[in-house]
Design a protein around this ligand. Structure first.
Ligand SMILES: NC(=O)c1ccc[n+]([C@@H]2O[C@H](COP(=O)([O-])OP(=O)(O)OC[C@H]3O[C@@H](n4cnc5c(N)ncnc54)[C@H](OP(=O)(O)O)[C@@H]3O)[C@@H](O)[C@H]2O)c1
Length: 246
């Protein structure tokens, strides 16, 4: 049965050309939501995903926007609205961060990680929250990382940017809680079939208490549960095979 919380809603999922975003976009479409599948440099997988959803009887569109650009969010929201309607669900999933030591991380890399992981998430929330509040329903989900809780292994730019998403989540959630709008973050660790796995899968799996990498579908399952639920807000929820708080 289609979930009444998500059926006929309009969702914007950034980073839908990647592993986790694709799984979340598919899950939202399966619940009956119309989905704008955001992408950065790789249009082909997002277009394939949107076509797959449309072929299955759903509504979807692939929209490119380079979120390193501060103005990109505005065009992305405007195009989602004109193609699909007002945005009810925002999944700030696009992320970036190459593996670096703290000594070698440049300030440009720090700024770039911050722009895509946090600034764009805020810009998109700021553009879409007024409509959600006015209509009395909204869901914002940030894709953080275990790195935002423990520091992780990618680098200081990535850890700092993901931690900043937690503060943003708590701040916004507190302001919107009475308006039917929830704001939460997920903190996955080391998910296979993604472009962001920071190293050799076998070596990385040994760092995880459950002994294996996570699957995009496991992150998407949790995302969908949070997006359906109107009573979970201001949470950072781990989906990490037991990495945090150990
Ligand atoms: N994989 C993991 O182990 C892991 C663990 C914890 C958290 N996460 C988080 O999960 C989220 C999804 O990543 P993923 O694991 O699915 O990796 P992925 O397959 O590499 O996907 C990353 C997504 O971010 C998008 N993106 C990157 N730079 C962008 C830019 N400048 N403008 C717009 N979009 C941009 C990419 O779009 P294009 O390819 O089209 O540029 C891609 O769709 C990220 O926020 C990541 O930090 C991942």
């Amino acid at each position: 049965m289609l979930d009444p919380a998500l059926n006929d809603r309009v969702a914007l999922v950034t980073g839908a050309s990647g592993g986790i975003g694709r799984a979340i976009a598919r899950g939202l479409a399966a619940e009956g939501a119309a989905v704008a599948c955001g992408y950065g440099a790789n249009g082909e997988p997002a277009q394939r995903l949107a076509a797959e959803i449309v072929d299955g009887g759903g509504r979807a569109v692939a929209l490119g926007a380079d979120l390193r650009d501060a103005a990109a969010g505005e065009a992305l929201v405007a195009r989602t609205r004109s193609e699909l309607g007002e945005i009810d669900v925002l999944v700030n999933n696009a992320g970036l961060g190459s593996r670096r030591t703290w000594e070698e991380t440049t300030l440009d890399e720090f700024d770039e990680a911050y722009a895509v992981n946090v600034r764009a998430a805020f810009a998109l929330a700021q553009l879409t929250l007024p409509g959600m509040r006015d209509r009395g329903f909204g869901r914002v989900l940030m894709m953080s990382s275990v790195a935002g809780l423990t520091g992780g292994i990618v680098g200081p730019h990535y850890a700092a940017a993901k931690s900043a998403l937690h503060g943003l989540t708590h701040f916004l959630a507190g302001r919107l809680a009475g308006a039917g709008v929830t704001v939460n973050a997920l903190a996955p660790a080391l998910v296979k079939d993604t472009g962001m796995l920071p190293g050799d899968p076998g070596e990385l799996a040994r760092r995880i208490p459950v002994g294996r990498l996570g699957r995009p579908g496991e992150v998407a399952d949790l995302a969908l549960a949070v997006l359906r639920n109107g009573y979970i807000t201001s949470q950072v929820i781990s989906v990490d095979g037991g990495m945090y708080p150990h």
